[in-house]
Design a protein around this ligand. Structure first.
Ligand code: GLP
Length: 242
């Protein structure tokens, strides 16, 4: 695992955008793994800026989302599909048809999860996966206790994660969905390059476990220790327990 401590989220975003630009140079139809949450927002800002300046094109790129809430209406602004459109896809020249996510409105959830796994395989796998980390060490929505061998499936959200995310739902816990579809830890580990970003003191304990703790399903992000090409970018606050 490569660990980079940078001054702030903008500095982190510059480094990650450089890596994505180099990937697109080498492979214009690269497959990106995109994450929601506040952590990747500076990266999406940087990609949008570089695209507006004519420095990068994602016209041939493809993207796969990590996770999705179950049951949020198609037009709900917090549906991750819509969040990714607003924060990332709608600000660059990626073809919307090439941005895929698990279908949280599917009638047959297991079939939708299997189809999503197959779609990633059919695309040749993810080249670069952007990741955030939850305060409890979850990645995507793989909460503590998730199998390290898991694939895309339905999961129950923990109360902690629902509380963390209530800020996006008028601070009303009742409005936060109780279930999600998420790529599994093994799905995420199949990506060729994992890039995890974390800032702020609230992430310090999770970062400590991820980098220095024993690999354990109780701290799902520790699985990154087994990845041959994982880059972790943190600010001083998130690194403060290392
Ligand atoms: C959610 C997302 C995760 C994200 C986490 C942290 O649970 N499913 O992918 O990493 O939030 O979010 P934030 O970056 O806002 O702290």
């Amino acid at each position: 695992m490569e660990l980079i401590i940078a001054p702030d989220s903008r500095a982190i975003a510059t480094i990650v955008a450089d890596a994505i630009a180099a990937l697109l140079d080498r492979k214009p139809d690269a497959v990106l793994g995109v994450a929601t949450g506040s952590s990747p927002l500076a990266i999406y800002d940087e990609l949008a800026t570089r695209h507006a300046a004519g420095e990068i094109s994602l016209a041939r790129a493809r993207a796969f989302m990590l996770d999705e809430y179950v049951g949020l209406a198609a037009e709900h602004p917090q549906r991750y599909r819509n969040v990714i459109e607003t924060e990332f896809a709608g600000r660059v020249d990626i073809d919307p048809a090439n941005v895929k996510g698990p279908d949280g409105l599917a009638a047959d959830i297991p079939a939708a999860c299997a189809a999503y796994e197959q779609a990633i395989v059919d695309a040749g796998g993810v080249d670069l996966q952007i990741l955030g980390i939850g305060t409890d060490g979850h990645i995507a929505f793989n909460e503590p206790g998730s199998s390290l061998a898991s694939r895309t499936r339905i999961k129950t959200l923990t109360v902690q994660t629902r509380q963390d995310n209530a800020r996006f739902f008028d601070d009303d816990l009742e409005q936060v969905p109780t279930h999600c579809l998420t790529q599994g830890l093994a799905t995420i580990m199949s990506a060729r390059h994992l890039v995890l970003v974390a800032t702020g003191l609230a992430k310090a304990e999770a970062v400590h476990h991820m980098v220095e703790g024993s690999v354990s399903a109780m701290w799902p992000a520790t699985i990154l220790q087994h990845h041959p090409h994982a880059t972790v970018l943190v600010d001083e606050a998130a690194a403060s327990r290392l």
